[in-house]
Design a protein around this ligand. Structure first.
Ligand SMILES: Nc1ncnc2c1ncn2[C@@H]1O[C@H](COP(=O)(O)OP(=O)(O)OP(=O)(O)O)[C@@H](O)[C@H]1O
Ligand SMILES: [Mg+2]
Length: 421
């Protein structure tokens, strides 16, 4: 080659590279960015096939274990768009520079491509920073592939940076979209929750009115206000009254639940004697405990007082002591003890009943959670009791916890501040 031809050749190379470098980095769209630069590269450098593989299209945001083919020309040759990051395609690629590969080892080979003639020619693979690779394939074998690869090295590294910017842009858009979706989902959940609480509150209210009249009239009949009843009538009306009261207690629990969830539960706190409260509850539970032959003992100093809402505290203790009786065996024992400790009143409710496994101890304070959910379950109730206990205790500034062993029994500890803030 004479000197003039050599100069002309160099001039030609430089102008091609200049033109290529102008076509990098003009767009933030991945496809457009690839299209503009790689199409030009193919026509100026007579490349037959190009492909761009990205290790993680979302720039490691999703931590995918596959790499994606984000660009290929000609497009119709592609049969597979995702491959494992561990694929040999990614091995041996230097972090800088390039790799001249035997066309037979080129990634565009079957099974990725259907065409049969791809084992011919030269293949040069460039790393795209650390996020992917660019593969160039000439069907006509290059005479001096190293020279061509060196010429293109700089302009391809420029392309890598502009492609990285496009991918980061895509990742930012995706991230914003995900955040938006999460925000919408939260808003939907919140408004559904509000609607549910309103529904529960209205329904419970509407159900209470007729129920109170069922209970009121059946009790009046039982008291003989409308004349003498025979034994069968007494039994039937007694059942109506008992079932009505049970239904009312469930409805009241649901009403409490909706009030708590809507942050509408208010407390009317007064000074209370713990001993008097515990004795009152033991009396209330007497019919149930005697029927099961479960003995309930109370030990508490007479002068233990605390400030609390009497109805709510009764509800808390009725459920905890009621559970202890309910989940005790025939002839079991329930010990309730209370003492004051550093500004807190602690009430320990201990039973030697069926017990609760460690895993279930996390679950029982959730609403409607009952450990025996079989159709023929032995114990009644709705599973709202402990959820309400927890919430009502927390509203008082206290806490409730459980220690238990299956088959041996349980101890629930209620801690309430003597003077709530
Ligand atoms: N002392 C206890 N011993 C064994 N299991 C218990 C005890 N207390 C509660 N549990 C378990 O925790 C579950 C939830 O208790 P919770 O008081 O919330 O519901 P419930 O008593 O079944 O029904 P409800 O209180 O609404 O009438 C019970 O169904 C039971 O499986
Ligand atoms: Mg209960």
């Amino acid at each position: 080659m004479d000197q003039n031809t050599e100069y002309a050749e160099i001039f030609n190379q430089v102008s091609v590279l200049y033109e290529l470098s102008l076509s990098t980095g003009n767009s933030l769209d991945v496809q457009e960015n690839c299209d503009r630069f790689l199409k030009k590269l193919m026509s100026r450098k007579r490349v037959t096939y190009v492909s761009v593989w990205i290790k993680d299209e979302y720039m490691y945001l999703r931590d995918e274990d596959t790499a994606s083919l984000v660009y290929a020309n000609p497009e119709y040759y592609i049969t597979q768009r995702k491959i494992a990051k561990t694929h040999p395609l990614f091995s041996d690629i230097p972090s800088k520079g390039y790799l001249v590969r035997d066309a037979g080892d080129c990634a565009l080979n079957p099974p990725l491509l259907k065409a049969g003639d791809l084992k011919k020619g030269t293949c040069i693979v460039y790393p795209l920073n650390c996020f992917g690779i660019l593969e160039l394939h000439w069907l006509n074998e290059l005479k001096d592939p190293v020279n061509v690869a060196n010429q293109l090295d700089e302009v391809i590294s420029k392309f890598a940076f502009s492609l990285e910017a496009s991918l980061l842009h895509k990742r930012a858009l995706w991230e914003a979209e995900e955040k938006n979706k999460a925000y919408e989902a939260r808003m939907n959940a919140e408004s559904m929750n509000r609607a549910k609480n309103e529904f529960l509150a209205t329904m419970s209210h509407e159900l209470r009115t007729p129920l109170n009249s069922i209970i009121g009239f059946s009790d009046a009949l039982l008291e003989g206000l409308s004349g003498e009843l025979n034994n069968k009538q007494i039994r039937y009306i007694g059942n109506i009254s008992k079932s009505g009261k049970h239904l009312l207690s469930i409805i009241n629990d649901i009403l409490d639940l909706s009030k708590i969830e809507a942050d509408e539960m208010t407390l009317n706190c007064v000074q209370l004697s713990v001993m008097a409260m515990l004795e009152d509850i033991a009396m209330t539970l007497k019919p149930i405990s005697s029927k099961k032959n479960v003995s309930v003992t109370i030990s508490c100093a007479n002068d233990t007082f605390l400030e609390a809402d009497p109805d709510k505290l009764k509800q808390i203790l009725l459920n905890l002591i009621g559970n202890a009786v309910k989940f005790s065996h025939e002839g079991g024992t329930v010990d309730v003890s209370s003492y004051e400790d550093d500004g807190m009143v602690r009430v320990l409710i201990n039973d030697n009943g069926i017990g609760i496994s460690a895993a279930d101890q996390q679950e029982i304070f959730k609403p409607f959670k009952q450990l025996d959910s079989s159709l023929d379950r032995r114990y009644g109730g709705t599973g709202l009791g402990l959820y309400l206990v927890k919430k009502l205790t927390e509203i008082h500034g206290g806490a409730v916890s459980v220690k238990s062993e299956v088959g041996k029994g349980s101890t629930f500890t209620l801690s309430l501040p003597v003077n709530p803030a």
